[in-house]
Ligand binder design. Structure first.
Ligand code: AMP
Ligand code: GLY
Length: 418
């Protein structure tokens, strides 16, 4: 089956690697890493008409829209209207990520366990909500902000200043506990959970410094309750899918459930409408089932036609290499060396923000540049393999955390303000 992957990042490269096991993969616009395993098409991910036309021209049997921005812009709707199965929610259903206020209202209607919250538009409402919940303060821009919209702080002035800089904010109760990413593959009605993973969101070791898109990830989480996926499907995903159907916006795609495992059980920190990056990367490395069959079944409303996904009893770890200045800024054009050496160890070198310069050299082109993923019999072995491979790659100003998957250190990620 011809499968067209939309997007440019590490998530799309990891999806393409797994899909290529049993599908002919095309990507738009893709990146230099994806270009090694798929046919690239120079089509803008945000242009729904062009993507639908490309999918039609290719005779694609499945389109997978990776990032949130095209989903929120309705790109999946235009592909679906062209009669092509698409894995990714409609513009309306993508509001689960596109608007924090919308997702909170769906969670409330569906009875999903999450942090108590207030939607605030004025300084008075902000002050009242900050007082109501107390420190640590959690202030979220209502709109999409590429991972930079959330401030978690004990400093009341900083919290109020972030709120003042946004038009509408959601202020909520602080959830204390390790963070877990759970990906649910949904066909509108049913869902299958993938194996839980942990993402390391802060830039520095020990969960310090500003939030990023994610600096590393791993699976399995041997310390988490063994029935976590089942519990989250039953208490979070199924009620949410039912509420979305009731609203006339069935959710087809990946419902990314960001959880805090609190003393009072798993609670939702956020919903996203797509796979997480880099959190999905190790999960795909241990997925033993066909990803293309799974996503096609979800895209065609027939998830019950494929068995629940199964995972190998192994571990995988991803370490992100970021450019100078990330996350506040990023550095482009720095020459990257050592990628072939890293790949020769057996690791996957996943491209997130790379480009080829005029001389055909691989250079940095974004905040998160590469993600080095390796497997192993257990987390410690996978971690050693990932760091050994990552250690062979270098570029000017490269940043990486040294404590990804260093259990039990990983368990404190997400609870650093305790
Ligand atoms: P979000 O974009 O909603 O995932 O928020 C980004 C990060 O902020 C999360 O990954 C958490 O580390 C942190 N965060 C968000 N909401 C909360 C909360 N209610 N309690 C504690 N930490 C939170
Ligand atoms: N790694 C977090 C995200 O994809 O949103």
């Amino acid at each position: 089956m011809k499968t067209l992957v939309i997007g440019t990042g590490g998530r799309e490269h990891a999806l393409a690697l797994k899909l290529a096991q049993d599908a002919e993969v095309h990507a738009a616009p893709g990146n230099p890493g994806i270009g090694l395993i798929a046919t690239l098409h120079d089509v803008d991910a945000m242009s729904g008409e062009s993507i639908a036309a490309l999918a039609t021209e290719l005779g694609a049997g499945l389109v997978v829209v990776g990032p949130e921005a095209p989903l929120v812009a309705g790109v999946a709707d235009l592909v679906r209207a062209a009669g092509i199965p698409v894995f990714g929610p409609s513009r309306e259903a993508a509001q689960l990520e596109g608007s924090k206020a919308f997702s909170k209202s769906v969670m409330a209607a569906a009875g999903v366990p999450t942090a108590g919250s207030r939607v605030c538009r004025t300084a008075e409402e902000v002050a009242a909500a900050l007082d109501e919940f107390g420190a640590p303060y959690v202030v979220k821009d209502d709109a999409l902000a590429a991972g930079k919209g959330v401030v978690v702080t004990r400093d009341r002035d900083e919290a109020a200043a972030h709120a003042a800089a946004c038009e509408t904010v959601v202020i909520e109760e602080f959830l204390d506990g390790p963070e877990v990413s759970l990906f649910a593959v949904c066909d509108g009605e049913r869902a299958y959970a993938l194996q839980p993973a942990q993402d390391f969101k802060r830039i520095f070791d020990g969960g310090r410094g500003p939030n990023t898109g994610g600096m590393g990830s791993y699976t399995p989480l041997t310390w988490a309750q063994s029935d976590l996926a089942e519990v989250v499907i039953a208490t979070v995903v199924e009620p949410t899918l039912a509420e979305m159907r009731r609203r006339g916006a069935p959710f087809v795609g990946c419902l990314y459930v960001g959880l805090a495992l609190t003393a009072r059980g798993p609670k939702v920190i956020e919903f996203n409408c797509r796979f997480g990056d880099p959190d999905i990367q190790p999960v795909l490395a241990v997925l033993d089932s066909s990803l293309s069959a799974l996503l096609h079944a979800a895209a065609t409303g027939a998830l019950d036609s494929v068995p629940a996904p199964v995972f190998r009893d192994e571990a995988a770890v991803t370490v992100v290499l970021a450019s100078a200045g990330y996350p506040e800024s990023s550095s482009s054009g720095d020459v990257i060396s050592g990628v072939e050496d890293a790949a020769a160890t057996g690791a996957d070198v996943i491209h997130a923000g790379t480009a080829l310069d005029g001389d055909g050299r691989l250079v940095t082109a974004g905040g998160r540049v590469l993600a080095v993923r390796a497997g192993g019999a257990d987390v410690a072995a996978a971690r050693a393999n990932a760091y050994a491979a990552a250690g062979l790659i270098s570029f000017e100003g490269m940043q990486r955390r040294s404590d990804i998957a260093a259990e039990p250190l990983g368990v404190v990620e997400g609870a650093s303000l305790r």
